[in-house]
Design a protein around this ligand. Structure first.
Ligand code: FMN
Length: 454
């Protein structure tokens, strides 16, 4: 697939693009990596404001820190060079037709500065502390890469990493994650799990890392398909893992058989996770570009980078799954844009009155991260929260059109759930009943309102 508007090739090109458009601001005053950088990111996420480059980070004269890069959806879309609807289409095509990466020999630009062995010290990096009760500074924007020794497939994911010592990081990965599964399989076979943490990689690589696809697919190929050409990758210095051009790469191993306390950490739900038992990475090398940029990401009360980066894979996964059974579905949005963590909006060209409930029950039972599902008619834009709210208010009668479903598999981190990973669910049919006079439900339009400019 060749995109019409090219996606940003690498992280610096992406930052240059958004800076030229006034969507990235340089902060020249000194800032503290403990809370202060996140405070800027928090406020900017709330106001749908810009990304930042912090040019003076207290204690780190050789570093600049980037925060809020993907803090609003428009910047994620800018990185891809398209709008929401097209992004969904491109992503859907990309996961169906990955483009294998191209290996480049020689040193990578991010191997200009190298620390190995005893020189490795995480205190050299401007790792930030994000939320009030976080246990420690966390690396939050890294794409972790491991290789499955049996299949040779590289596995990608974004996982938070807690600083525990000069060469020690806690790794949090839910049980179903491919990196967790690779670690478990390697532990069973007595094989070491090499791991790279990539910060400031090409936007397509970061976006591809969150894909929800079969574990047989190498997500590096999804990045290539998003770019429209093979992603160039370089061999790491000390491990048998390939990574694209980045700002910083940490190399090391996930220690076999080692589990330690991790957390608490301010999670994507907007609440804290407690402490857990989690694997540990031993860092054996750190490489960086000249004048490196340290990429940070905020997780917390929606919307943050967590939701924007998860929006495409979740939306496409819900849509692909539901469309297999219900081809009348016109559009799907995992509607995090309006602050929800667990809600989906589906536009349907309804043929049968009860079809809505087949769709709702399918989406609710098939997606652990959907707790609320709203179905609207195709004249409602699922990406516009005001239109969706309007449809609920004018097209649904609560006694007839709202149903509560019994407890089923639900979101792992929902603090209101009384059983782990299980929640009750709710569906709303906000479609016009078939057979009714449609003009009574039509949205009023003012001719020309979409054309005037001032
Ligand atoms: C900013 C950000 C942080 C994330 N942190 C974690 C994490 O700490 N642990 C985790 O299991 N998933 C985390 N995720 C979600 C995974 O990266 C995501 O689900 C990815 O698809 C994992 O791939 P897999 O399910 O194919 O293994 C995070 C996502 C984002 C965007």
């Amino acid at each position: 697939m060749k995109p019409d508007v090219p996606a940003a090739e690498d992280y610096r090109e992406f930052l240059g693009l958004i800076e030229r458009e006034g969507d990235l601001i340089r902060i020249k005053e000194p800032v503290d990596p403990r809370f202060e950088i996140s405070a800027y990111a928090r406020r900017s996420c709330d106001l749908k404001g810009p990304a930042f480059i912090f040019e003076q980070v207290a204690g780190y004269p050789n570093w600049r820190v980037v925060a809020g890069g993907y803090g609003v959806l428009r910047r994620l879309l800018r990185a891809l060079g398209c709008d929401q609807k097209e992004a969904i289409e491109r992503y859907r095509e990309a996961i169906g037709k990955p483009v294998a990466p191209a290996q480049v020999s020689g040193a990578a630009p991010h191997q200009a500065i190298r620390w190995e062995g005893a020189d490795v010290d995480l205190a050299r990096l401007p790792i930030t502390t994000h939320s009030e009760l976080d246990a420690a500074p966390y690396i939050t924007a890294g794409v972790e890469v491991v290789k499955d020794a049996r299949s040779e497939i590289q596995h990608l994911g974004i996982h938070r990493m807690q600083v525990k010592g000069p060469r020690r990081l806690g790794f949090w990965g839910a049980n179903q994650r491919r990196i967790t599964r690779t670690l478990l399989a390697n532990e069973e076979r007595g094989v070491e799990t090499e791991i790279a943490v990539v910060l400031g990689g090409p936007p397509a690589f970061t976006i591809a890392a969150t894909a929800r696809v079969s574990h047989q697919i190498d997500k590096t190929g999804i990045a290539g398909a998003l770019l429209g050409r093979p992603l160039e990758v370089y061999r790491c210095l000390t491990i048998d893992v390939d990574v694209p051009v980045a700002e910083v790469v940490l190399e090391g191993v996930l220690l076999s058989g080692v589990r330690e306390e991790e957390g608490p950490f301010g999670e994507f739900t907007g609440c804290y996770s407690g402490t857990r038992t989690a694997p540990v990475m031993e860092v054996r090398a750190i490489t960086t570009r000249q004048n490196p940029l340290f990429q940070d990401a905020l997780t917390g009360v929606p919307m943050t980078e967590d939701q924007t980066l998860m929006w495409l894979p979740r939306t496409v996964a819900i849509a692909e799954d539901a469309r297999r059974v219900h081809p009348e579905i016109v559009a799907v949005n995992w509607a995090v844009a309006d602050g929800g963590v667990y809600q989906a909006v589906i536009a349907l060209r309804k043929r049968l009155e009860t079809e809505v409930w087949s769709v709702i029950s399918h989406v609710l039972s098939g997606n652990s991260l959907v707790k609320y599902c709203v179905v609207v008619d195709e004249d409602i834009d699922v990406f516009d929260p005001q239109q969706v709210a309007w449809a609920i208010n004018t097209r649904a009668q609560p006694h007839r059109d709202v149903h509560i479903f019994p407890t089923m598999i639900g979101a792992p981190l929902d603090p209101s759930a009384s059983l782990p990973n299980q929640t009750s669910k709710l569906g709303i049919d906000a479609t016009i009943p078939l057979g009714e006079e449609r003009w009574r439900y039509e949205r009023i339009r003012v001719p020309g309102a979409d054309r005037v400019k001032w």
